[in-house]
Design a protein around this ligand. Structure first.
Ligand code: PLP
Length: 400
């Protein structure tokens, strides 16, 4: 009898974590490696947020809390949704988990039956299809490529909806492409969804605050209030507040779904860290000025990276609206030969050769469901980015 479960054989480990681990190994072995694989801000958690965590420890707020979040944090989240998204949720419609990742996972575990389909625009965040598989559902990727600026169109969405479709997962701004949907682009999608009352929407708004050039962020239930009772609006403090290690994510949605998600969480991790929950309240309700300050730096880095990559032979890099990623096409280098003699046949070959020849760690597009591309995270020091882009230019220039 096999020891490991059949479920486990359906999923693969995270490709982004694999690249980060490989880069760290090379570094430990003394290689000069620039890691552009990690999906977290290089900025520090704001001081006021750290202090709130420290205060929580000193005041003994270190015990179990309600499974899916303390009332004080749920209140703060309701305020956030009302002020920033014009969405009125009550605390009973809020779920807090150990990162947005757990919240998404709970929702899928709580709702998917074998055969249920989940529509996922590609390129997608690496975890969506595997989470769907773990929960017993079927991921259905839908093309959202360069031609449509990495956004799924209403027509493409309409074409993949079947009677078995349970969810659409929408992520704007997107990891890995940085693309963010305008009001009109979202409206195109919500018009389709209104026609299909059996389809629910999971919007992953994790990068909401990271948008540039006066882009205005909108979320699905705000654009189409008629969808609110079948929308799970997911967000978190990891990216905007540089709190990836604190592990707090949350969602607003209909009470019956929120209750079902709490049931899953109650039998796995129980409540997220009490200390982190107090810190998250301060993040959501405290001063927000660091966001604009960080965004100014992110935008400068994005512009630098896009300009330098477009000067690399065979690379085409559109300028995205948000997040801290770019997702260039490396189609122009496919078929070329690296100095090692290896012919680059896939984006995976490209990133492997780039890491080995120039010590630059990026993630292959095939991991995100759209190839041949690669993802660069520009949440790293500007000087390192400049050096990395020079190395990419040199690497591409040396291909024959
Ligand atoms: N959603 C997207 C698109 C992400 O990129 C990430 C993190 O990389 C998450 C969700 C999960 O974030 P966390 O679990 O840190 O809240």
């Amino acid at each position: 009898m096999a020891f490991l479960s059949d479920t486990l054989s359906r999923v693969k480990p995270s490709a982004t974590i694999a690249v980060t681990t490989k880069a760290a190994e090379l570094k430990r072995a003394g290689r000069d490696v620039i890691g552009l694989g990690a999906g977290e801000p290089d900025f520090d958690t704001p001081e006021n947020v750290k202090e709130a965590g420290i205060r929580a420890i000193r005041e003994g707020k270190t015990k179990y809390t309600a499974v899916d979040g303390m009332p004080e944090l749920k209140e703060a989240i309701c305020q956030k949704f009302a002020n920033e998204n014009k969405l009125i949720y009550t605390p009973a419609e809020i779920s807090v988990g150990t990162g947005g990742k757990q919240v998404l996972y709970n929702a899928l575990m709580a709702t998917l039956n074998p055969g249920d389909e989940v529509v996922i625009p590609a390129p997608y965040w690496v975890s969506y299809p595997d989470m769907v598989l773990l929960a017993g559902g079927t991921p259905v990727p839908v093309d959202a490529g360069l031609d449509t600026n990495f956004k799924v169109t209403g027509a493409a969405l309409e074409a993949v909806i079947t009677p078995k479709t349970k969810w659409l997962i929408l992520n704007s701004p997107s990891n890995p492409s940085g693309a963010a949907y305008t009001y009109d682009e979202l409206k195109q999608l919500t018009d389709v969804l209104v026609k299909h009352p059996h389809v629910w929407v999971m919007t992953d708004d994790m990068y909401e605050h990271l948008v540039y050039d006066d882009f205005t962020f909108y979320t699905v239930a705000e654009v189409e209030p008629a969808l609110k009772d079948r929308t799970l609006t997911v967000n978190g403090v990891s990216k905007a507040y540089a709190m990836t290690g604190w592990r707090i994510g949350y969602a607003g949605g209909p009470t019956h779904l929120i209750k079902a998600m709490a049931k899953i969480q109650s039998q796995s991790t129980s409540n997220p860290s009490s200390i982190s929950q107090w810190a998250a309240i301060e993040a959501l309700l405290g001063p927000q000025d660091h966001i604009a300050a960080n965004n100014k730096i992110f935008r400068e880095r994005r512009d630098l990276v896009v300009a330098m990559l477009n000067q690399a032979r065979g690379i085409r890099c559109p300028s995205p609206e948000g997040a801290f990623y770019v997702y260039p096409s490396c189609e122009g280098v496919i078929g070329r030969k690296a100095p090692s003699g290896k012919v680059i046949e896939t984006d995976e070959d490209f990133v492997t050769e780039l890491l080995e020849t120039e010590g630059v760690a990026v993630v292959q597009g095939s991991a995100f469901g759209l190839a041949p591309h690669f993802r660069i995270s520009y949440a790293t020091a500007t000087s390192a980015l400049e050096e990395a882009c020079q190395r990419i230019q040199r690497f591409c220039g040396n291909l024959s």
